[in-house]
Design a protein around this ligand. Structure first.
Ligand code: PMP
Length: 421
């Protein structure tokens, strides 16, 4: 399975337009050492590091702008509100949504999916209805649907994956019935790196009048996402995976569809009028934003988006592809390394296992070399079950990683084999 991938690898030249050494200077944490060794951070699918501009923006907010938003007539409140709302416009433009009304701020992708599942489920899912997900989903896009299906007596189905970690798309039409109300799937797999043909799946769904939620937690940071071109009905992502603060996220939804959905949480900001008897709700997007949000974080997310725009998503995706090709080549040169996830279209995420060695031991020894990877099921236990393995080691790359760091990873893996010899 792996070796045909090996044959298809091509030596590619490093992108000369991309100055990785200059970029690395923007990320203070990359200068630190771990156990006296330079940090090689390859856990970017879990979270990305923050550029100095984002860190400084948070400091600036708390030092000179801190106030609650949407409620105050005083200067600082209006200032904080304007800065917060500026991020909404930045996100709108970044994903090419039609209107800022379609951008709902949340705590992250998990929060966005739970918001959507609760709201959509209450209105549109009843007994016997069907929802389709895939076998490669993150638990965040499985468990909320299982909970909903259990509560509403609906049925959850999934598109299976093949040995390369690609969706068996020919099964999709067979899974769809007149009862299918929603297809919810990830754009890019955090475990396998697979890039799913989102546009094709959305178009099949729409042909049958089915709504689609696309989980962009692992796509937004790697290449251009255009929700209108994809025709996604709903799209979610987390701020911390795109160089922004933790505790920030987005739920995008087409305005006409969001207008049909009931609110999620009740509280401040999401109301128009409250009496002791009843409440009327605020307009979009505030209808879905109850309570004081992560104001500093959302403002920081705006700065992160500015930063990513400065680097350029095309540069990012080209350079990360070079890292992926080089890393797969280096890993496959080592006897006993097996890559899990060999899809034709992949983001810079490599799951691997070493013959006879538990991934947790791999992670621990790599850590002692200063190489930070992830070992485990990556919140995708069904994928592990599909491949008949308990866990994988996973190296996931960002544009601030270097070819030399890939060499460090390969050296550290060789060391693991030496230790276990
Ligand atoms: N979906 C995918 C594909 C992910 O990779 C993740 C995070 N690993 C999530 C959803 C959940 O994101 P968060 O934990 O930031 O809410």
């Amino acid at each position: 399975m792996i070796n045909n991938l090996k044959e298809s690898l091509v030596e590619e030249k490093v992108n000369t337009f991309f100055n990785v050494e200059a970029v690395r200077k923007d990320f203070p944490i990359l200068e630190r050492t771990i156990y006296g060794k330079p940090l090689v951070y390859l856990d970017n699918a879990a979270t990305t590091h923050k550029p100095k501009v984002v860190i400084e923006r948070l400091k600036e907010y708390y030092e000179s702008e801190n106030s609650n938003i949407h409620r105050g007539v005083h200067y600082l409140s209006q200032l904080a509100t304007n800065k917060f709302e500026e991020t909404r416009e930045k996100v709108r433009k970044f994903i090419n949504a039609s209107s800022v009304k379609e951008i709902i701020f949340t705590k992250g992708a998990t929060d966005s999916i739970n918001l959507f599942a609760s709201s959509f489920g209450r209105k549109f899912i009843s007994e016997g209805d069907e929802i389709i997900i895939t076998q490669m989903e993150h638990h965040a896009n499985i468990v909320p649907w299982q909970m909903l299906c259990e509560a509403n007596k609906a049925v959850l189905k999934y598109i299976p994956i093949d040995d390369n970690g690609e969706l068996i798309l020919s099964d999709l039409e067979k899974l769809i019935t007149p009862k299918t109300k929603l297809i919810s799937f990830l754009h890019v797999s955090n475990s396998l790196g697979t890039i799913n043909p989102a546009k094709e799946i959305i178009s099949i769904a729409h042909k049958h009048g089915i709504k689609v939620l696309l989980d962009g937690a692992q796509s937004i940071q790697h290449s251009k996402v255009d929700v209108r071109d994809l025709d996604a009905d709903f799209f979610v992502f987390s701020g911390h995976k795109i160089y922004g603060p933790t505790g920030t996220g987005v739920l995008y939804g087409k305005e006409s569809l969001l207008n049909e959905l009931p609110p999620y949480q009740g509280g401040g900001d999401m109301i128009r009028v409250v009496t002791m008897e009843k409440t009327s709700y605020n307009e979009l997007p505030y209808k879905f934003e109850a309570g004081t949000p992560n104001i500093a974080g959302i403002i920081g997310l705006g700065t992160a988006i500015d930063y990513v725009n400065t680097i350029g998503l095309e540069n990012i995706s080209n350079y990360e592809h070079e890292l992926l090709v080089y890393a797969e080549k280096k890993l496959l040169e080592i006897e006993g390394v097996k890559i899990i996830g060999t899809a034709k279209n992949k983001a810079a995420v490599i799951s691997f296992v070493l013959e006879g060695i538990h991934p947790h031991d791999v992670g621990t020894i790599l850590d002692s070399e200063g190489v930070a990877i992830r070992a485990g099921h990556h919140c995708t236990q069904p994928i592990m079950q599909r491949f008949g393995i308990p866990a994988t080691a996973r190296a996931s790359f960002s544009f601030y990683n270097t070819m030399e760091e890939v060499d460090q990873l390969a050296l550290a893996i060789k060391k693991v084999f030496e230790v276990f010899k």
